[in-house]
Ligand binder design. Structure first.
Ligand code: SF4
Length: 266
């Protein structure tokens, strides 16, 4: 996408939502860190339901550590992969207390050294809690960036680096949230809502993002259906083939019987 169009994309996203932010509930960098660790492969809604009960009881490294793994699990068992996440959060709390004075570190290296924290989580914390212009590429940002052609890439790191290069500096701080929200509510995975998308005149994938690509393999369900149809056809042909000789035999027998009857009557 041309730089002028990228500028227009973000100008429109900004006009549509001037102050975007995360949909995770949090009141401190530590609460955000725990929420982001819990949100891996889970929805923000499911995380909020759990943390809304957890944080009034425990919202510091000391208090969550005091709950222990089993105590923490009681609050987060509705979230996918909660066993591993509980272990990671408890180990993270211990490291924060032992190595960072109970505070969430503000640099990438220290963040990524925490259990359950990868590059994406570190980017969210650096951006949302500490106001650094990072972009955490998740499934939504990956899809939207490729469809719009702002930062095409085959993996999340390529897209992240492409976005850091393509997005004008004045939009970098909020680009992450604009793209996530656009992917979550408009440019959705299966049937993007191109008709109501404010970017559809600029987007090279508009109205064809959900069309199957040329040469794409059939989906498993379609393959299953096609196989069932073929099997039905084969069975039907086999049935016809097996009926034919019997019918001929029958007709020959009838003819012979007819001849015998005619002969006898004569
Ligand atoms: S026009 Fe369609 S494919 Fe392009 S960004 Fe909008 S919703 Fe996504």
């Amino acid at each position: 996408m041309k730089p002028r169009d990228v500028e227009t994309v973000f100008t429109r996203l900004q006009q549509q939502l001037p102050a975007p932010t995360t949909e995770l509930n949090y009141a401190s960098p530590f609460e955000l860190l725990v929420a982001v660790i819990l949100s891996a492969q889970a929805t923000d809604i499911s995380v909020n339901l759990a943390t809304d009960k957890l944080y009034p009881v425990a919202n510091t490294p000391e208090s969550i550590l005091a709950l222990g793994v089993d105590g923490l699990k009681r609050y987060i068992r509705t979230i996918g992969l909660f066993n591993t996440k509980a272990e990671n959060v408890i180990r993270t709390c211990r490291i924060l207390l032992e190595e960072h004075g109970g505070e969430v570190p503000t640099n990438r290296e220290a963040l990524e050294a925490l259990p359950g924290v990868g590059r994406k989580t570190a980017n969210v914390i650096l951006n949302t809690a500490f106001g650094q212009p990072t972009i955490a590429v998740d499934t939504h940002i990956f899809r939207v960036s490729n469809r719009l052609g702002i930062a095409p890439g085959k993996n999340v790191l390529a897209v992240e680096l492409g976005l850091l290069k393509a997005v004008p500096e004045k939009f970098l701080m909020d680009a992450h949230h604009w793209l996530i929200l656009h992917g979550r509510y408009t440019c959705v995975a299966r049937k993007p809502k191109c008709g109501e998308c404010i970017l559809n005149d600029l987007c090279p994938s508009a109205f064809r993002a959900d069309a199957p690509k040329a040469g794409a393999k059939k989906k498993p369900a379609a393959r299953k259906k096609a196989k069932a149809t073929t099997t039905r056809k084969k069975k039907s042909s086999a049935k016809k083939a097996s009926v034919k000789p019997a019918t001929l035999k029958d007709s020959r027998r009838k003819k012979a019987a007819g001849r015998r009857t005619f002969t006898g009557d004569a």
